[in-house]
Design a protein around this ligand. Sequence first.
Ligand code: KG4
Ligand code: ZN
Length: 342
Amino acid sequence: MKNLLILETTCDETAAAVVTDGLEVLASVVASQEHLHERFGGVVPEIASRAHMERILPVIDEALKRARLRVDQLDAVAVANTPGLAGSLLVGLAAAKALCLARGLPLIAVNHLQAHIYACRLAAGQEVFPCLGLIVSGGHTSLYRCATPLDFELLGGTIDDAAGEAFDKVASLLGLPFPGGPSIERAAKRGNPRAHALPRPLVDSDRLDFSFSGLKTAVRYRLAPPGAVAMTGPVDEQTVADLAASFQEAVVDCLVAKALLAAERTGLCVLCVGGGVAANSRLRGRLAEETKRRGIALYIPPLALCTDNAVMGAIAVERLKAGLTEPLDLDVYPGLVRDAKK
Ligand code: KG4
Ligand code: ZN
């Protein structure tokens, strides 16, 4: 049996996990930075990378302690090196390289988006490939054809904002706390999703793409007319709830429509959903309904595996088994790698 240490520092969670090559999770630690970014209404890259530097070693120590392992009992180190915030990625990569150099261990590169899909494999406890992958996170909204855990093909994605980013920005417009996704979901429970007829961008086009920036602007115009520099005043609670519900419904409509279109196009009848927005109960409910009707098997991980964590980086086990290890001059790739096989 081999023990892998997996590191995740792509955005604002510092996370480490210890997983065996039989996919047994021995430890998982996630140190969130949410409170550091709250007052800015979004993740501030420089604050995130500094916080990763402070936390990475204690988080690794804690993961090893929980797994009851010493560093010399590790067999490989994996780290998410794409996509993400450059400064944040570098902290995880530097820590991983240091461990590999010191202990002579193989280094494995993890693609954070592929890891979000692999969370479905872990949660299912059985094979889910080949499948269609829908990633809905703070930084990405993408559809993948996932032939195997080592072969992902990008089918489409957002042409502007990611779904999670739109949730965060709309929450901020509505005066709701960061992170916006859970705040909007809570407010939406008291609102009417049909109160405001908001647009469903690209939903009628045959492109497998998303666009959320116009939807965000549409919410802003409900609060203050175009051209007004500031909001017209405090917004009452019911308007906030109605706008939250209407916005959430519009995003969910777009995500569901494109996931179904991709299933139809590819003929794949397994849908795996990952990323923070997959924690949204309205999205989970609508996807469950629509996939059931079409005989598509749906996998959405439990909440703790939807938001950023290191356990999902167990996709590294597949790479290790295929002999896909990296040299110690491995770099970070902050942007989305179009050919995700690399
Ligand atoms: O995957 P993730 O943890 O980090 C990234 O890789 O980006 O996703 C974070 C995003 C944030 O934008 C957050 O607002 C959103 O996921 N999110 C949600 C919910 N929980 C988190 N969006 C909608 N509904 C939720 N319940
Ligand atoms: Zn993520």
